[in-house]
Design a protein. Structure first.
Length: 211
């Protein structure tokens, strides 16, 4: 009797997956919109780091399932990092009638670091129930950067991107899945022949839909 009950329970569970017919597909095409938090951008041009603030993040991807619980895919990301660099310098000398005063003033410069990235990813998938799944993953990509408003050579900036992430999927019906994703951008190496640009984890969060 216990064996029969277990078989019936398994049959009901399988039927629920087949009824949704969403997690049995061979691939997913997804689009996401979110925000990244900003952080410290390290360059070998300035004495101090650039301070990047949060901004919009766009993502598109295709995941192909080699088995139902493992996907390999390709993706594209775009974001622009508003950044500032502040430093102290000598100001205009002031004569007070007796002596010259040489004030120290703080100069703030603004930049925009535009990033487009393409690469590949690997994501195992774990089912919570018939509608919900979790997909942790790692993405490795090629980055092309440009810096607007910069006072140095920013031509042909290229970098390596390594991005851990965790995606939570929820099936609305047999054709559509919505998801939320939390992750981080890292750049262990990058730049051109004149400058180097790296940064540690910059957190991001996004939400989207797959078909």
């Amino acid at each position: 009797m216990l064996v029969l009950a277990g078989m019936l329970s398994g049959a009901v569970r399988v039927y629920a997956f087949e009824a949704l017919n969403i997690y049995g597909r061979d691939y997913e095409i997804g689009f996401g919109l979110g925000m990244q938090t900003g952080g410290k951008i390290v360059t070998d041009v300035f004495d101090e780091n650039l301070n990047a603030s949060g901004s919009l993040l766009l993502k598109g991807f295709v995941d192909a399932y080699v088995v139902p619980k493992l996907a390999v895919g390709a993706y594209i990301n775009y974001t622009s990092l508003p950044s500032k660099h502040s430093y102290d310098t000598w100001g205009t000398p002031v004569w007070d009638g007796y002596t010259w005063d040489f004030p120290i003033v703080t100069v703030s410069e603004s930049y925009s670091i535009n990033i487009i990235e393409i690469g590949g990813s690997i994501k195992p998938r774990f089912f919570i129930n018939e509608r919900t799944a979790i997909k942790p993953g790692i993405s490795i990509g090629y980055r092309q950067l440009s810096i607007d408003g910069s006072g140095f050579d920013s031509d042909n900036l290229q970098a390596l991107g390594i991005n851990p992430s965790c995606e939570i999927q929820y099936a609305l019906n047999d054709r559509t899945v919505i998801f939320g994703e939390l992750g981080a951008f890292t750049q262990p190496a990058g730049g051109n022949k004149n400058i180097g640009i790296t940064f540690g984890p910059i957190l991001y969060i996004l939400a989207g839909i797959t078909f």
